[in-house]
Ligand binder design. Structure first.
Ligand code: ZN
Length: 462
């Protein structure tokens, strides 16, 4: 089985064929660093971390670049408000982002370019676009001429009439066509700026990705990733710039991959609804592996619903995995197969189908608890450990996990009731091993249960 990826450019799931299997290239648009990131950003980063790990398992070398947008009008506004240089803002939020990524268990990309460190490459790319007739200077600005590219809109599947009607198109005197977008804009003295052939100014947002991709990854990359919110205008404009500044026949990116958004308890996350979750607040409250696992459970192309129920289910799976780690400590050693030979991985090859992959992992935990044979338990445990190592979870000692989750914040009554309901269901399904595991989990967390004719009663210890 080979890797299949859904390509937004063609709208189809396609077999992944890198240009050069000895060096696969992946680029993902990173954050604009002017505040802490929210949980939806955390989801996107974790999805691409899983893609990076999957590619790393399949190919000898993967070059993964993710940028920092460290010059932007929102950053300028934050710096002006606090009366500091933009670097004070961007350094702070880059450090916070790196810390959040480490806490989520995401690998460092191979290259982490910053826009402000690529101003000369950006200027060169803009000059090339002007020379080739795809951009023009006007009143201190440089604009990309969308009329110069016949199939502009092909990635986001929009035609220019729809775009003018639907998008926030800025009608400005210096534009030939209202859809033309900014590559370079002038800076007043109070704003950050760099010398350029068009006067002191700063880059527009879209051009940095194209310039940094050309510099670090080449004219055509294998996979370009980002959230669906970036499809238009950012990715459409990146694509336009990329194909117009190079003669490379492979295009700008072979596969465009887009992750869907994240809702909170069935509602769109927004500051006005009061349901906005800052990732570092969540990581301060919850075990990091729990957040990581929960963020991976939905298929990346589906909207994810972040909910108490999701956290409960993810905690329950981690409790089972840590129970296996603890109870299986004395099992005989079993040979471990590489991740690429496991059914779990086959599910990931199918466009990173994590729901199916996690179903396989659940099945393995069931097999472990049901088995009476030490050899079967040992083989199952070895497979589970390989999967968990690949996912970068199950890194704590079992005792640390169970103590950490019970003493840091005592188990809530709702959680106890939910676990008891799971246990009742397990008994009904004659899954007595699971029922016993849940009883043990509750005991670990200081809850004793008693089955009576009226149902299950429970008490807290101490
Ligand atoms: Zn980008």
């Amino acid at each position: 089985m080979s890797l299949q990826l859904h390509n937004s450019l063609t709208g189809k799931k396609e077999p992944f064929q890198p240009q050069d299997a000895s060096n696969v290239t992946l680029y993902v648009c990173g954050p604009t660093v002017y505040n802490y990131i929210h949980i939806g950003n955390g989801r996107s980063a974790t999805v691409y971390d899983l893609m990076f790990r999957t590619l790393n398992a399949l190919y000898p070398k993967v070059t993964y670049a993710r940028n920092f947008t460290d010059v932007d009008d929102k950053i300028n506004a934050a710096a002006a408000e606090q009366g500091v240089e933009i670097s004070v803002i961007t350094d702070k939020y880059i450090a916070a982002y790196d810390e959040d990524m480490a806490n989520l268990g995401n690998l460092e990309p191979t290259i982490v370019p910053k826009a402000t460190e690529h101003i000369s490459e950006i200027i060169t790319t803009i000059e090339t676009l002007i020379e080739r007739g795809h951009a023009y200077a006007s009143d201190g600005h440089v604009l990309f001429a969308v009329d110069s590219l016949a199939d502009y809109g092909k990635l986001s599947k929009r035609n220019t009439d729809d775009m003018i009607a639907g998008a926030r198109v800025e009608v400005a005197s210096y534009k030939k066509n209202p859809m033309d977008f900014v590559l370079w804009k002038p800076s007043t003295d109070d704003l950050p700026g760099w010398a350029s052939p068009w006067g002191r100014g700063r880059p527009g947002w879209h051009i940095e990705c194209t310039a940094m991709i050309q510099k670090h990854l080449g004219d055509t990359i294998d996979i370009h990733g980002g959230g669906t919110d970036l499809l238009f205008p950012h990715h459409e404009n990146e694509l336009a710039q990329g194909v117009c500044c190079s003669d490379h026949s492979g295009g700008y990116a072979k596969y465009w991959v887009h992750n869907a958004m994240l809702d909170i308890e069935g509602e769109k996350m927004s500051k006005s609804l009061g349901n906005f979750i800052v990732l570092r607040d969540l990581l301060a409250e919850q075990p990091h592996e729990l957040v990581r696992l929960a963020l991976l459970t939905a298929h990346y192309r589906s909207n994810m619903n972040w909910s108490e129920q999701l956290l409960h289910q993810s905690r329950s799976l981690l409790d089972r995995l840590y129970t296996i780690k603890r109870d299986g400590a004395d099992l005989p050693a079993a040979p471990a197969k590489p991740i690429t030979e496991l059914p779990f991985f086959d599910m990931l090859l199918d466009d990173l189908n994590t729901p199916k992959a996690f179903a396989v992992l659940h099945e393995l935990t069931n097999r472990f608890f049901k088995s009476d044979s030490d050899d079967e338990k040992a083989a199952t445990q070895a497979e589970i450990f390989t999967i968990c190592e690949f996912l970068n979870i199950l890194n704590l000692d079992a005792q640390e996990w169970f103590q950490g989750t019970s003493s840091a914040d005592a188990i809530s009554a709702e959680e106890v009731e939910a676990l008891i309901a799971d246990r009742v269901a397990a008994k009904k399904n004659k899954d007595f091993a699971l029922a016993d595991t849940i009883r043990d989990q509750l005991a670990e967390r200081g809850v004793q249960i008693k089955d009576t004719r009226e149902g299950t009663q429970w008490t807290r210890e101490g």
